[in-house]
Design a protein around this ligand. Structure first.
Ligand code: GSH
Length: 155
């Protein structure tokens, strides 16, 4: 059984969960992961999602989806046609890199932040919710949080 690790507030975790559902793979989902556990499981990038598959730790949503295709080829996530599959990979990579900041900016803009906080903190005590808010705002405005992609303003 696969174990998918990472909170479903992350679009990359949502992507991995959707792919596992599409392929009807059996999995458990661990939403919360401590920073200690994260750096142990994924010292390379320290990012989620992470998948544990038969003792092997796989990280990066793109590599995880490829791993799923190896585990269970049908239904395939990529075309049989290598030229189309190459375009699909580029499209996936482009959307991963391009839309993340729009996702963050929209979630943490003043109009949506209360809803985002509610979605993201339902499992933590009320007192712990305001640091989470600053964390989200930092995440939305700090390009280093995820690389040097385009980072639209949240205001
Ligand atoms: N390329 C990675 C990106 C994953 C990613 O950026 N995850 C974010 C959460 S949405 C993260 O873990 N950020 C923590 C950090 O950068 O320290 C993937 O596709 O899995």
């Amino acid at each position: 059984m696969l174990k998918i690790i990472g909170p479903s507030i992350s679009p990359f975790v949502v992507k991995v969960l959707a792919a596992a559902d599409y392929k009807q793979l059996a999995y458990t989902h661990q939403d919360f992961v401590s920073t200690g556990e994260l750096s142990q499981l994924n010292p390379g990038t320290g990012k989620i999602p992470i998948v544990i598959s038969e003792g092997e730790v796989v990280y990066d949503s793109t590599l995880i989806l490829r791993h799923f295709d190896q585990l269970q080829p049908s239904p395939a996530l990529l075309s049989d046609d290598p030229a189309i599959a190459a375009q699909q990979r580029m499209l996936e990579d482009w959307s991963d890199e391009s839309f993340y900041w729009y996702n963050q900016a929209l979630r943490w803009c003043p109009k949506n932040e209360a809803r985002t906080i509610a979605q993201n903190t339902h499992f933590v005590p009320k007192l712990a919710r305001s640091p989470n808010r600053s964390c989200g705002n930092w995440s939305a405005s700090n390009p280093r949080h995820r690389g040097w992609g385009a980072c639209p303003t949240t205001s």
